[in-house]
Design a protein around this ligand. Structure first.
Ligand code: ZN
Length: 140
């Protein structure tokens, strides 16, 4: 794994959280994106070489809605950049880690992503992400 690509933070109100993180980081979010398959609206901030991804649920069945219901707002996942996501998935599986996604799926920010179960990483939901080969995102 190369670096922390981003930190995902579950929020109730994306607009309000945008204003908060704008004030905290001293910079505006540079993009918002809805990932309907995941039931999330996302907003991204750049902070040096890494990013902050704010995640708000689009419906009550969204994993983010369930996360907030159980644990409240806060850090939701840690995302690591990888060059070859399929190779990383195999490597982790071979080392006995429990993956949520065996096959990479399309995530926000033009990435191929796969999640590792929090039980495998001391309670932290780990996301692997690889730059997707072709751009298919909506800037705003
Ligand atoms: Zn993420």
């Amino acid at each position: 794994m190369k670096k922390i690509e981003h930190i995902g933070i579950a929020v109730k109100d994306l607009e309000a959280a945008n204003a908060t993180y704008n004030a905290v980081l001293g910079s505006e979010h540079y993009k918002t994106e809805t990932v309907e398959s995941e039931g999330v609206n996302t907003s991204f901030f750049k902070i040096g070489d890494s990013k902050i991804e704010l995640l708000a649920a689009t419906n009550p069945e969204s994993p983010i809605a369930k996360f907030i219901e159980k644990r409240g707002e806060g850090i939701h996942h840690l995302a690591f950049a990888v060059d070859d996501i399929k190779a990383e998935i195999s490597r982790l599986e071979n080392e006995g880690f429990r993956l949520i996604n065996i096959e990479p799926k399309t995530g926000a920010d033009n990435k191929l992503v796969a999640f590792m179960h929090p039980k495998s990483a001391n309670g932290v939901l780990v996301e692997l992400c690889q730059e997707a080969p072709s751009a298919n995102n909506t800037e705003s």
